[in-house]
Design a protein around this ligand. Structure first.
Ligand SMILES: Cc1ncc(COP(=O)(O)O)c(C=O)c1O
Length: 353
């Protein structure tokens, strides 16, 4: 079968070794002759998977013994849009949101159900092609929320918002891709289906001391403290998503962790942005200083070349580079598992167009 180069935005490419291990475990997990998806989630074998996944996440983020808990919850990042305010916004409370794209707009829409939402900066005026700077953050907010990487528009925060209020981040599309001081965050959440595993779970990393302060009654399934008290097993967890996420985190650790993958990610992004900048046929859509190293958005300036470019990409096995409908053009998602060789295939086609 033809080799594919999978540039999809999510679900997206995962490491081949991980897919192989996962497919073996679907039939015969740990030599039990049972599938990973047919054993009890209360079995010792699965509890070990969950514990390893949680421990690896903390280790990779350098948050061990720093007062954080890790959860793998159902409902994707979208459920966290409301679970975060449910757990953090006080009754009659207030939160600050940075509006840098469709996902942050969805997050703040949910937060408005719980209290006052102060949109402290927005890049909507330019179809979200930049990250706002020089905004001020009020001090009297329950938390500050931002989206570290804007999957659709190809922009990424290079510096963190400065605040003394709890910092909350939707890190769905760049978690585990670059070194940050993760101890600056009080709550990080991310859907699994970019840098971790199959859709079906969201990773939540939360600083324990910020919980239990809202005065609200929280339904059990949405209460982080309930999930923490049950070691992320309050109800049946999404066992396959957690298992594959664990394998991907182990793969990342074996590669040398976030520091090692960040170097590779920078080289990959430079290769592709270099071609976009040097080739008069192409143009990036995001402001240069805010460009994402995960989602590279660009336009083909000569409409007459679109047919031949698309044809060449298809013939080379390139998959998933159509831009999101709200931006148009192309989007190459180059997550952790994307090898630089696949980017070279795309760059060669662009170069010889
Ligand atoms: C930055 C970001 N946040 C949230 C989401 C929504 O995630 P989910 O589909 O897991 O709810 C996405 C999905 O692509 C995303 O890219």
């Amino acid at each position: 079968m033809m080799k594919k180069h999978n540039f999809s935005a999510g679900p997206c490419i995962l490491p081949q070794e991980v897919l192989k291990q996962a497919s073996e475990a679907l039939l015969n997990f740990n030599n039990s002759n049972l599938s990973i998806i047919e054993i009890s989630h209360r079995s010792a074998d699965f509890i070990a998977v969950m514990e390893k996944a949680r421990a690896l996440a903390l280790e990779l983020l350098d948050l061990e013994n720093k007062g954080y808990s890790v959860l793998f919850l159902q409902g994707g990042a979208s459920l966290e849009f409301l679970t975060a305010p449910y757990n953090l916004m006080k009754l009659n409370g207030k939160a600050a949101y940075l509006d840098t794209g469709a996902w942050s707009a969805k997050a703040l829409k949910e937060a408005k159900i719980f209290g006052d939402v102060n949109i402290i900066a927005s890049s909507k005026d330019k179809n979200y092609n930049y990250i706002p700077k020089n905004y001020s953050i009020p001090t009297d907010v329950d938390y500050v929320h931002f989206t570290s990487n804007n999957t659709i528009y190809g922009t990424q925060f290079k510096t963190l918002p400065e605040t003394d209020a709890p910092l909350v981040c939707d890190m769905s599309s760049d978690i585990f891709s670059r070194k940050l001081d993760f101890s600056k965050f009080d709550l990080i959440y991310a859907g699994a289906q970019k840098n971790m595993g199959p859709a079906g779970t969201a990773l939540v990393v939360v600083k324990d001391e910020i919980l239990g302060k809202t005065g609200r009654q929280i339904p059990s399934m949405l209460d982080y403290q309930v999930h923490i008290s049950k070691d992320s097993m309050f109800n049946t967890p999404p066992v396959f998503s957690v298992y594959v996420s664990m394998l991907t985190l182990q793969w990342l650790k074996d590669m040398g962790g976030i520091e090692a993958i960040e170097k590779i990610n920078i080289a990959k992004a430079e290769l592709l942005y270099g071609e976009i900048d040097n080739n008069p046929l192409f143009e990036g859509t995001a402001v240069k200083e805010d460009r994402s190293n995960m989602n590279v958005t660009f336009l083909l300036k000569d409409a007459d070349k679109k047919e031949i470019f698309d044809k060449k990409c298809k013939e080379a096995g390139i998959n998933g580079i159509n831009g999101h409908r709200s931006v148009g053009g192309y989007r190459a998602s180059i997550y952790n598992a994307m090898p630089i060789e696949s980017i070279q295939v795309l760059v060669d086609i662009m170069h010889n167009l």
